[in-house]
Design a binder for this molecule. Sequence first.
Ligand SMILES: C[S@@+](CC[C@H](N)C(=O)[O-])C[C@H]1O[C@@H](n2cnc3c(N)ncnc32)[C@H](O)[C@@H]1O
Length: 371
Amino acid sequence: MKCTATCSFGLESVLSAELKKMDFEDITSENGRVNFKSDLTGITKANINLRTAERVYIELANFNAVTFDELFENTEKIQFHKLLDKSGAIIVNASSVSSMLKSIPDCQSIVKKAIIKSMSNYYKIDRFPETGPKYPINVFIYKDNVRIYLDTSGSSLYKRGYRKKGGDAPLKETLASAIVQISYWSKDKILIDPFCGSGTILIEAALIAKNIAPGLYRDFVAESWPIFNNNEWIKSREFYSSVISNVNIQKMYGSDIDKEVVSLARQNARTAKVSDIIEFSVKDFKNITAPSEKGVIICNPPYGERLEDEQVAKKIYSDMNKKFDEFPKWSKYILAPDKIFEEAYVKKADKKRKLYNGKILCNLYQYFGTK
Ligand SMILES: C[S@@+](CC[C@H](N)C(=O)[O-])C[C@H]1O[C@@H](n2cnc3c(N)ncnc32)[C@H](O)[C@@H]1O
């Protein structure tokens, strides 16, 4: 099957590398998505084990349409009965950019009618109860090209299940994991996050260190689909449970000035089953000390998004520069908003990478330590 995993803009190469490592084939990337080939077992593995993907889809069709008739006719041709159960509840979501077909409600209702017609052509019945498993169908229309996808994930994959509440500005789990993967941190190096908030960066790093698949303890919409009739989900979960490892992992340290957020971080780490390797404390970053000569710092300090906060953020960035001088051999990876960071931190980064934190354009400022 042709499949697609979506991700935040800028993370396509990280997601491609993950898919490659999992031995998927025919991997190609586009803006915000990576395409690959998979069988049903592969779909369970992609959902359970991908760290930077937002959702995993099966591509059902790809065609051009500029009229509602073309949209209906091309959708009706899809053999929905091969994937959808006849009692299934079909939910259609559409989006359209720079296309003739602009009305989202009309696109959704036409696609839904065409699906029912296609099912009806096969089953020779007109009414479907829609009381069974959920089938989210996504219609992406871009420059008159229509792609119809079946969403196998359901709720987005960044929802690992360990974080019930974040702090004020929590990082998405998928972005935190991507930053960790971009960095040259590996589990045998000490890791510090001095602005840890609800602990997302360290928890994602700890999941990688212990080889815990991020989706191991959550469920997916496709789990209730009858096409998965050979216990594929159970087998994949058993496989990922069997590869968890606690060997050669260095300790991680998280601190934050906010006492409540640190207690949230501790709770989240316990839920994620990684609390044994992360030590959290309440601390102003100005008071952190280096636990070893070398190591890695990954953090996202406050942003100063509102005008009145910008001066506070700039002061923090300039103090960070002084503080991090006490860690000369350490590598530092700092996710901060474009423009104001480098001006205040002063030191020019060895490498910068553009990333979006939600809608905020940021850079991952990378300062490499000694080898
Ligand atoms: C953008 S948030 C980090 C969010 C975190 N990555 C997460 O996923 O929850 C910035 C954090 O910096 C903390 N902070 C602000 N000033 C600080 C200081 N002087 N020392 C340590 N932490 C500070 C805030 O309490 C906040 O939790």
